[in-house]
Design a protein around this ligand. Structure first.
Ligand code: K7E
Ligand code: RUQ
Ligand code: CUA
Ligand code: CA
Length: 649
C-alpha cells in the first residue's frame, strides 16, 4: 500500500531502516531486530527522562520496593485491567503494570475450573434448551466496559458483548462473577457496547442506567428465511439494554450497520461508527463508498418516541423499534439520529475524557476524524445546517488507524494496524492544523509495537479521570516475541509508559488468544468481597443438621455441606433412575478456602467458594459406588475429603 505523507509527519516517521527490514523479514533476523530496538529505546529513555513526580497510583508509586517497572514479590499491582477473552468467551482480570493474569470470569461459555455450565445456577444464567442442556457453548467477546458514576467507574458492574450469539453479559464487580446474560432480538454480530454515563433527562441520575449495543451484520428483518436475497430487507438495529434489569428497552432501525459504540458524558448522545453504509455482502461492496458514517443517537428523543408509541415490533419480539433511518430523520427538529460522514470504513469511535469529542478512525483511510459533540447537539437544535460540520478535524495519522485512547493532557493515542505503530497526537493541534495552521505539529510521537496492534487503552482513559500513566497495546501478532509454542501464538499486550512526553515501551505480556478491547483503572475503584454471605443463596444449607437425602417420588434432593476436610453427609444412597439434585453449601468462612465437588463418571465438577451454595441435577443412570471428592486443594487432608454416592441397582 502506498502512503503519501503530505503534512508534517515526516518529522515523526519511524526509522526507515527498520521498516525495510520488517518487510524483508527473515524470522531469525527479525528476532534480533525486535530485541535490540526494544532495548535501545529503553536505554535512551532512561538516560534522557528524569523520574516523574510521585503520585498516588502513578508509575513511580508502583515501584516501591523493586525497580521502576518491576513489582517485588508480594507487592500488589496499582491498576486492574478487564480484558475481553475473544472467542474464549470469557472476561479476564489482569493486574497492571505487572501484566499478570489474576482471574478469568466465565460468562458465555462453559468453564471447567468453577463448573460454569455445570451448576444449575450458572446454566440458568447462560440459558438452556427445553431439555435442560445449554443453549450455546460458544462465545466471542470483544468489548468490556464498566459502570459509571460521576464520570468515573463506580465498581458495580462491567458489561461484555458476545458477537456470535448477540448476547450481553453483566459482571458483578463485587464478586467478579457473571450474574445476568440477555440475548438481544432482531440482530446479528453484536459488536460495540457502551454504558451511558448520565441520564439525558434527569441530571440527578449521574450514573449508568443504560447499555448500548451495536449490530454489525445486517440481516433480513424479520429473519425467517423469506427475504434472504432481497437486499432491501437487510437491516441493522442499535439496541438499548437496561443496566439493572438487563431487559432490552428499545431498538433503533438504521441505515448501514454498526461497529463500535461510544457515549457522551452528558448522557445525551450515543454513537456508533459504520463501515458498511453500502449494505454490501462482500468486502468489495463494503468498501465501495469513499465515506461511511459515525451515527449519533439522540437518546431523550428516542425514549420520547417510544413513550409516544411511535414504534414497530418484529417477529416474536415485543421490543419497540423506532425509525432511525436517514429518510425519516432529515428534519433536525424531530430527528432521532444524525449521520456524520467519515472516511472509508472507520473502525472505532472513542470519547475524549474532556467530554468534548468523539474520535472515529478510518481503517481504510489514514485519517482520524474529530467530531465535536456540542456541534452535533447544535444540529439537533437547528443551529447547524449540516451534521458534517460537526467534524472539527480530519487529520492523517498513518496506515490502518483503528482505536484511540487518551492521557487526559489533550493527547490521543491511535493504533496503526498496518504500520505496527502507536501514534501520539495532540487533539487541539490537530484541530488547528485542520483549520489551516500548517505549522501546528499535531503528531507528538510514534512508537513501533510488535506487531499489528488492534485495540489499545490507557489507564482511566474512558473516564473523566484519564491519568496518563500507562498505555496497553493489544498486538494481534506476537511472531518472534515469545518462546515458540507451536503454530498458535499468544497475543502480545505491550505496556507503554506514557507519563512523559515520549512513549516508552517497557514490557511484553503474553495473553492467551484472543482478546480485543480492555479497560484499565485504579485499583481503589473496586472493593471486591472475598467471602460470600449464606443469605445470597436461597438454597443455602445453613447448618450441617439440615443435610441429608430428601425423596419425592423419583426426584431426590441431597443437601450437603463442606467444612475442611469433610463433606457432610459423607455418604448417601439413591436408586438407579432417580433424578438427583445435589445442593452444596461451603460453610467454611475463611478467605481463600474453596472446595470442589467432583463425581466420577457423571460429568460433574464445580467449586464452592467460602459461604457459597451451588447445585447440580443429573440422572443416576449408572449403578455402583462413586466417590465424590474435593477437587480444589483446601487442607492437609484435602485428598481424604471424599464420600460415597451409592447408586442402587
Ligand atoms: Cu473492538 Cu477487535 Cu471487535 Cu477493533 S474490534 S481490533
Ligand atoms: S496430590 S498437592 Cu494430586 Cu500429588 Cu496434589
Ligand atoms: Cu476440600 Cu479440597
Ligand atoms: Ca464502507
Amino acid at each position: 500500500m502506498k502512503h503519501d505523507h503530505t503534512n508534517n509527519m515526516l518529522d515523526a516517521q519511524p526509522d526507515p531502516g527498520r521498516r525495510k527490514f520488517l518487510n524483508t523479514a527473515a524470522f531469525a533476523g527479525l528476532a534480533g531486530a525486535g530485541l535490540s530496538v526494544g532495548l535501545s529505546a529503553c536505554k535512551q529513555e532512561q538516560a534522557a527522562a528524569p523520574a516523574p513526580a510521585p503520585a498516588a497510583g502513578s508509575v513511580t508509586a508502583a515501584k516501591a520496593g523493586g525497580s521502576k517497572y518491576h513489582l517485588a514479590p508480594g507487592e500488589l499491582d496499582t491498576y486492574y485491567g478487564l480484558w475481553s477473552g475473544g472467542h474464549n468467551g470469557d472476561l479476564r482480570v489482569l493486574g497492571l503494570p505487572s501484566g499478570r493474569e489474576l482471574h478469568r470470569i466465565p460468562c458465555f461459555v462453559p468453564d471447567a475450573l468453577v463448573g460454569w455450565g455445570i451448576t444449575n445456577e450458572s446454566k440458568a444464567i447462560m440459558g438452556t434448551k427445553p431439555d435442560g442442556s445449554l443453549k450455546y457453548t460458544v462465545g466471542d467477546t470483544h468489548h468490556v466496559h464498566g459502570s459509571y458514576k460521576d464520570g468515573n467507574y463506580d465498581g458495580r458492574y462491567a458489561w461484555i458483548n458476545d458477537k456470535i450469539n448477540s448476547r450481553i453479559a453483566r459482571i458483578r464487580l463485587d464478586y467478579f462473577v457473571c450474574d445476568k446474560i440477555t440475548e438481544i432480538p432482531n440482530i446479528q454480530g453484536f459488536h460495540g457496547i457502551f454504558p451511558d454515563k448520565r441520564d439525558p433527562v434527569d441530571p440527578a441520575i449521574n450514573y449508568t442506567t443504560r447499555v448500548f449495543a451495536g449490530a454489525e451484520f445486517h440481516i433480513p428483518l424479520p429473519n425467517d428465511g423469506r427475504d434472504a436475497d432481497n437486499p432491501e430487507k437487510y437491516r441493522s438495529l442499535f439496541t438499548c439494554v437496561d443496566a439493572e434489569t438487563m431487559a432490552v428497552r428499545w431498538q433503533v432501525l438504521i441505515d448501514g450497520n454498526c461497529d463500535l459504540t461510544a457515549t457522551s458524558y452528558d448522557g445525551k448522545l450515543a454513537a456508533t461508527n459504520q463501515y458498511n453504509i453500502e449494505g454490501g455482502y462482500h468486502y468489495e461492496g463494503m468498501m465501495s463508498s469513499e465515506r461511511d458514517a459515525c451515527l449519533f443517537f439522540n437518546i431523550a428523543r428516542i425514549e420520547q418516541a417510544v413513550k409516544d408509541g411511535k414504534f414497530a415490533t418484529y417477529g416474536d419480539s415485543k421490543v419497540p423499534v423506532v425509525d432511525g433511518t436517514r429518510a425519516a430523520n432529515a428534519d433536525p427538529a424531530t430527528a432521532l439520529t444524525a449521520y456524520v460522514s467519515v472516511p472509508k470504513n472507520p473502525h472505532g469511535v472513542n470519547a475524549s475524557p474532556d467530554g468534548k469529542y468523539f474520535i472515529c478512525a478510518g481503517k481504510l483511510s489514514p485519517t482520524a476524524s474529530v467530531i465535536e459533540l456540542a456541534k452535533v447537539l447544535d444540529w439537533f437544535d437547528g443551529k447547524l445546517d449540516d451534521p458534517d460540520k460537526a467534524i472539527v478535524a480530519e487529520v492523517e495519522l498513518g496506515l490502518g488507524p483503528l482505536h484511540t485512547a487518551f492521557d487526559g493532557r489533550g493527547n490521543a493515542y491511535t493504533t496503526l494496524f498496518l504500520d505496527s505503530q502507536v501514534v501520539k497526537w495532540n487533539v487541539d493541534a490537530a484541530i488547528k492544523f485542520h483549520n489551516g495552521d500548517t505549522s501546528a505539529q499535531y503528531v507528538v510521537d510514534r512508537l513501533d509495537v510488535q506487531y499489528q496492534p488492534g485495540h489499545l487503552n490507557a489507564s482511566q482513559s474512558e473516564t473523566a479521570f484519564a491519568d496518563g500513566q500507562w498505555l496497553s497495546v493489544g498486538c494481534k501478532f506476537s511472531k518472534d516475541r515469545y518462546l515458540p509454542v507451536g503454530p498458535l501464538h499468544p497475543e502480545n499486550e505491550q505496556l507503554v509508559d506514557i507519563s512523559g512526553d515520549k512513549m516508552h515501551l517497557f514490557a511484553d505480556h503474553p495473553v492467551r488468544p484472543e482478546p480485543h478491547d480492555f479497560i484499565i483503572f485504579k485499583r481503589e475503584l473496586l472493593q471486591p468481597k472475598q467471602v460470600y454471605s449464606l443469605d445470597d443463596f436461597p438454597l443455602a444449607v445453613k447448618d450441617p443438621k439440615e443435610g441429608g437425602v430428601f425423596r419425592n417420588g423419583n426426584k431426590v434432593t441431597v443437601k450437603i455441606t463442606s467444612q475442611a476436610p469433610a463433606f457432610d453427609p459423607r455418604e448417601f444412597k439413591v436408586k438407579r433412575g432417580d433424578e438427583v439434585t445435589i445442593i452444596l453449601t461451603n460453610l467454611d468462612k475463611i478467605e481463600d478456602l474453596t472446595h470442589g465437588f467432583a463425581v466420577p463418571k457423571y460429568n460433574i465438577n464445580f467449586i464452592v467458594n467460602p459461604q457459597e451454595t451451588a447445585s447440580v441435577t443429573f440422572k443416576a443412570d449408572k449403578p455402583g459406588v462413586y466417590w465424590y471428592y474435593c477437587s480444589h486443594f483446601c487442607h492437609a487432608l484435602h485428598l481424604e475429603m471424599r464420600g460415597r454416592m451409592i447408586v442402587e441397582a
